[in-house]
Design a protein around this ligand. Structure first.
Ligand code: ADP
Ligand code: ZN
Ligand code: ZN
Length: 722
């Protein structure tokens, strides 16, 4: 008799055996249907066996074989097994997290075709269209050549706009066939001559055989993307595929067009959270069959099953969106390191502001450091200005000196960018008479006042309520907003400069599909003079005319309980600053602070992130914090705080385990969210193997624990928010 070991999407840290009937055959990596706890579930075969520990009268047959051909290769299963082990997550849930939705639910892998659009001759020579949107779509197709409808939608275009152009016969649609792309010399459109540093970086990367992680540390605008493009040329020409991982909000039309323009007849697919199940399956299959050369994707594209992967690039490797914060809590950058090592191929981590973990490995020579120290197009560096806020008569957060700088910049015909990482009008309402604060009844947080919506909104559980006309506690009508949000900044600036067009960019103003893209286009066309925004504005965009960047509140990052706060603040300041003076003259970066003498701030503005980061690493070493030690959290949440705390307290052994330090239970930074209490236990070890063997033991203990089904628990390995 033969048996199969299958993984099922259930929160249990084990696999299950089923038996095969005579004549049935199935391979590892194929899906089968099984009966499990009286339900029919899709399961993944992870091993074939000639015998099983399960008694013969207990073992069930599989109900149905779904795949004749495996949908996961043995190599890919090995990668996902590592992922499950490393992140202490059940194998079944890990496999099914990695699979696209359509395969999770048992659909046939080859059922997709994808509609593609290209310009007709009439479209190629079309005069300017009256409809702005249709004109933008036409321009996009000029820049990108043939594009799938999915991709156009991802860039914010609608079906109506596409149909509109088709009615005018300016474009035609066809179904793309998954032909293998030819290995002939490819058209490479014109490219700039690399400067010395870029050329050196490219030649080091291209001449390397096999696995190596390269940290490409280059200031914003130093031409990192150009290095990626030229390295990719070699990969594509040798018939291999490449994956380019980008932050969630870095997948902009500007980025995509740049790749498409450089490699005009090379199939490039996009992968991001807005795809439908069908579209995901399509990209998944194309990567597996070798039908696409490049995938540009967000975090979960690290799980795509490339047939012939030759290189991985992680752009803005420090970005927090590469870490998944629920379920399988993986870090796409760290998995890329493992995946490339196994596949024996190069990995490029590019950033202006390396994560301290990454920099540490580069200093330790585990990664090879390549540096770009000069801007590719501008000669001079940006200038930093610290505005001391002590005793200032501020108006909606702006110091008089800051307003002067804005006026001066506008008068010179340049754009101004104002940055504050808080959306809404004000983070809380306060009663002037009794001190009542607007607080969420389900979370330990205040509710944010949104003036235009006339609502109080909790940014943690999304609960909304009306703005009270009177104080709920004392009945006073003296209720006022406290603190600042981007909506208030826009309001104030618009009143202060009534003739200046202002654009606000945050999650509220860009909720509609395509709103962000059209706002960015308007900024680039010069229609807006002041840009107000959250970190959505900070990353990746190229605004040629911004010459003054203002950050209103940098103090929060200087004094915080999270040991990563200063690192994140320095990265943000540097990224935001990189938006100024992208071409032509150098820009000015103005930081408002109550602590202009703070040594970290001084180091950052005088010596740059490179210097700051090396100094911050020393501090981490002295404090025995990551990356000099290794950290994991047991996160627990539940409606009854006593059970949550008791459960965690019970995990702390009487005799400490050698090489492991435990801290907790401590409340999570947000102790209560959506009615659930959240506590955590910190587990720290100076050696990674010690940490992992301890976690394996701990997981067994937790799974047997009598309180485990009364709370929700998870283990977070290498957490990025503590
Ligand atoms: P980064 O990715 O480091 O921010 P980019 O690759 O986007 O930098 O380069 C910034 C700008 O400089 C872009 O407009 C790019 O086209 C241009 N650029 C990059 N390398 C060169 C070069 N060697 N010669 C001329 N222009 C370049
Ligand atoms: Zn009151
Ligand atoms: Zn809430």
């Amino acid at each position: 008799m033969s048996f199969v070991e299958v993984a099922i999407k259930v929160p249990l840290p084990r696999t299950f055996d089923y038996k095969l009937d005579d004549g049935q055959s199935v391979s590892v990596g194929s899906r089968v249907e099984v009966s499990f706890a009286n339900r029919r579930l899709v399961a993944m075969v992870v091993a074939l066996k000639s015998d099983s520990q399960v008694p013969e009268n207990k073992i069930k047959p599989i109900t149905h074989i779904i795949d004749n051909e495996p949908v996961l290769s043995a190599q890919h299963i090995a990668f996902l097994r590592f992922t499950a082990q490393y992140y202490c997550h059940p194998l079944g849930e890990t496999l099914f997290t990695a699979l696209p939705g359509a395969l999770r639910s048992g659909e046939h892998p080859d059922k997709t075709t994808v509609a593609t659009v290209t310009l007709t001759d009439a479209g190629l020579n079309a005069p300017k269209l009256r409809s702005k949107k249709q004109q933008a779509l036409l321009a996009q197709l000029h820049a990108s050549g043939a594009s799938s409808i999915t991709e156009l939608k991802a860039l914010g275009f609608t079906k109506q706009q596409i149909d509109g152009l088709q009615e005018k016969a300016l474009i035609k649609q066809y179904l793309a066939h998954d032909t293998q792309w030819a290995l002939s010399p490819r058209a490479i459109s014109s490219k700039p001559r690399l400067n010395e540093e870029q050329a050196a970086a490219c030649s080091v990367i291209n001449q390397h055989q096999g696995y190596q992680t390269f940290l490409l540390e280059g200031i914003t605008g130093s031409g990192k993307t150009e290095v990626y493009l030229q390295c990719l040329e070699d990969i594509i020409n040798s018939g291999q595929q490449a994956l380019i991982l980008v932050p969630e909000i870095g997948l902009t039309p500007q980025t995509v067009n740049r790749f498409r323009r450089r490699f005009p007849d090379t199939p490039i697919d996009l992968w991001h959270s807005n795809l439908t199940d069908n579209e995901r399956l399509h990209v998944w299959r194309r990567s597996e069959q070798g039908s696409c050369a490049l995938v540009i994707g967000t975090r979960s594209s690290i799980f795509l099953p490339f047939k012939n992967l030759g290189m991985v690039i992680v752009d803005e490797e420090h970005d927090s969106s590469f870490k998944q914060q629920d379920g399988l809590r993986y870090h796409a950058r760290d998995l890329a390191v493992y995946r490339c090592a196994r596949a024996n191929i190069p990995l490029i981590l590019g950033t202006a502001t390396p994560a301290l973990e990454t920099l540490h490995k580069a200093i330790d020579k585990k990664f090879q450091l390549l540096t770009l120290s000069k801007r590719a197009q501008t000669k001079a560096d940006n200038q930093f200005l610290l505005v001391d806020m002590k005793g200032q008569a501020e108006q909606s957060g702006f110091a008089p000196a800051t307003l002067k700088h804005i006026e001066h910049t506008l008068a010179r015909g340049k754009q101004v960018m104002v940055f504050l990482n808080r959306r809404g009008y004000a983070p809380t309402l306060l009663c002037h008479e009794c001190g009542w604060l607007s607080e969420c009844s389900h979370c330990s947080a205040s509710t944010t006042f949104h003036k235009a919506m006339a609502r109080l909104v909790c940014h943690h559980c999304a609960q909304q309520s009306y703005v009270p006309a009177q104080c709920p506690d004392c009945g006073s009508t003296q209720i006022m907003p406290v603190g600042l949000g981007t909506e208030q900044l826009e309001d104030f600036l618009q009143q202060h400069y009534p003739d200046t067009p202002i654009s606000r960019i945050d999650r509220d103003s860009t909720r509609k599909k395509g709103a962000l893209e059209s706002a960015l286009a308007d900024i680039n066309a010069g229609g807006k003079r002041i840009l107000v925004g959250t970190q959505m504005l900070a990353k990746g965009h190229h605004f040629a005319d911004v010459s003054l960047v203002i950050m209103l509140d940098v103090d929060g990052g200087l004094y915080s309980s999270d040991f990563r706060a200063t690192e994140h603040m320095a990265q943000l300041i540097t990224q935001v600053a990189g938006r100024a003076g992208r071409s032509g003259e150098p820009g000015t970066v103005l930081l408002q602070t109550h602590f202009p003498e703070h040594p970290l701030l001084q180091d950052l503005v005088n010596n740059g992130y490179q210097d700051f980061a090396r100094y911050a690493l020393q501090e981490r070493q002295e404090a025995a914090l990551p990356p000099y030690t290794h950290l994991a959290l047991v996160r627990v949440e539940g409606t009854n705080s006593k059970i949550v705390i008791d459960f965690l307290a019970d995990l702390v052994p009487v005799n400490p385990y050698s090489g492991i330090q435990l801290l907790g239970p401590v409340p999570a930074p947000m102790e209560r969210v959506a009615g659930k209490y959240r506590y955590q236990l910190h587990i720290q070890a100076s050696e990674r193997p010690t940490l992992h063997s301890y976690l394996a033991q701990l997981m067994n203990y937790i799974n047997e624990h009598k309180l485990a089904n009364r709370i929700r628990w998870s283990i977070d390995v290498d957490p990025t928010d503590t």
